[in-house]
Ligand binder design. Structure first.
Ligand code: C5P
Ligand code: MG
Length: 297
C-alpha cells in the first residue's frame, strides 16, 4: 500500500521533489497528505504564522520588514525611537533564533523585547489613521503565490487562522491592501488599543511573543467556532515556537507542519528537520503549500 502512496504523491505533488525541500520522513509526509486528501476540504483547517512565513524574508538580497518593522516610519515614530527599536532588534533577534538556547531560556527575554518595544510605540502616540500609509510605504511583500493560497482556501471554505506575534492592526492592513482578507481568515495577534481620538494608548489582551503561542492556542484558537470539527491541520511557520500553534485543536487526526528556514540555515537545519515534517530552505514562495492544497482540496 505504501508503494502506491509514494507514486501518488510524486505524480500529484511534483513540488515536493524541489531541492529546497527537506523531509525527515518522506513516506510519513506522503501518508499524511494522502489521508488528508481522503478526508477532503471539509475536514481541513490551515494555521499559519505571519511574519516571515506568509511574508517574504528577503527580496533581491534585501531583508523585508516584519509588522513591527513596518512601524519604523517617520509618519508614526521619531528617529530616536526608530534607533532604539533597531538596537533592541540587534540585541534580541539573535537570541530568538539561537540554537544553543532552549525556548524556556528565551521566553523571559522575548517578553522583555516585546514589552520594551510596545512601551516605546505607546510613547510615540501612534495614530490609527496613519497605519495604512505606513504599510503602503513599506517594502512588505507576501510570498509569491499568496493570491492562489488565500483564494483557494476561501473558495473551498477552508478556515485560515493567522496566528502572529506581530502587530494585528498592521497585519490586517497588509492582507487588506493585497486584497486577500477573505471571510475565512481569522487573526490572533497583538492588537493596538486606541483612545477616542485615534491615538495608541495600549495593546489589547495577553501579549503574544514567539514562544508563548501555545497559551494563545489554548485560550483563543480553541474557542473559534469556525475551526470546530476540522481535525486535519496544515501548519505553516518559520520559528520552532510556531509548532505549538495547533495545540488548541481538539482531537486532531493529521497535523502536517511546514517550516520556512530563512536565516542561519546551516546552524538551524538539523533542529528544523527534526521538528517540522517539511522544511523549506530559502524558499520565498508558497509553491509547496499551494501544491499540497491543490491535491487535498
Ligand atoms: O508573525 P510572527 O509571529 O512571526 O511575528 C513575530 C516576529 O516579529 C518575530 O519572529 C520577531 O523576529 C519579529 N519582531 C520584530 N520586532 C519586534 C518583535 C518581534 O521584528 N519588536
Ligand atoms: Mg514568523
Amino acid at each position: 500500500v505504501l508503494g502506491i502512496w509514494h507514486q501518488l504523491s510524486k505524480k500529484e505533488i511534483p513540488e515536493l521533489a524541489k531541492c529546497s525541500v527537506l523531509m525527515r520522513e518522506r513516506s510519513k509526509v506522503e501518508e499524511t497528505i494522502y489521508s488528508m486528501q481522503q478526508a477532503g476540504a471539509g475536514s481541513l483547517q490551515v494555521i499559519s504564522d505571519f511574519d516571515m512565513t506568509l511574508t517574504r524574508f528577503a527580496y533581491n538580497g534585501k531583508r523585508m520588514p516584519t509588522t513591527h518593522n513596518i512601524l519604523d516610519n517617520r509618519l508614526l515614530i521619531n528617529e530616536a525611537c526608530a534607533k532604539r527599536m533597531r538596537e533592541l532588534m540587534n540585541t534580541y533577534y539573535p537570541i530568538e533564533i539561537d540554537t544553543n538556547r532552549s525556548a524556556e531560556e528565551k521566553l523571559p527575554l522575548m517578553v522583555e523585547w516585546w514589552t520594551k518595544v510596545h512601551k516605546l510605540l505607546i510613547q510615540q502616540k501612534i495614530r490609527k489613521d496613519m497605519l495604512g500609509m505606513a504599510v503602503k510605504e513599506s517594502n512588505a511583500m507576501l510570498r509569491d503565490g499568496y493570491k492562489q493560497f488565500f483564494d483557494r482556501l476561501s473558495e473551498n471554505q477552508v478556515p485560515l487562522l493567522i496566528f502572529s506575534a506581530g502587530v494585528g492592526d498592521v497585519l490586517e492592513e497588509v492582507i487588506r491592501q493585497n486584497h486577500v482578507f477573505h471571510p475565512n481568515v481569522h487573526v490572533i495577534s497583538n492588537y493596538m488599543d486606541f483612545d477616542h481620538t485615534g491615538v495608541l494608548r495600549s495593546f489589547q489582551g495577553q501579549l503574544i511573543h514567539t514562544f508563548n503561542k501555545r497559551e494563545g492556542a489554548l485560550s483563543q484558537a480553541a474557542g473559534l467556532r469556525q475551526l470546530k470539527g476540522r481535525s486535519n491541520v496544515l501548519l505553516l511557520g518559520d520559528s520552532l515556537g510556531d509548532l505549538t500553534m495547533a495545540d488548541g485543536v481538539s482531537e486532531p487526526k493529521n497535523i502536517l507542519t511546514i517550516g520556512f528556514l530563512n536565516d542561519q540555515v546551516e546552524e538551524r537545519k538539523e533542529s528544523y528537520i527534526n521538528s517540522f515534517d517539511i522544511v523549506l530552505v530559502n524558499d520565498e514562495t508558497l509553491d509547496v503549500p499551494n501544491s499540497i492544497l491543490r491535491y487535498i482540496t
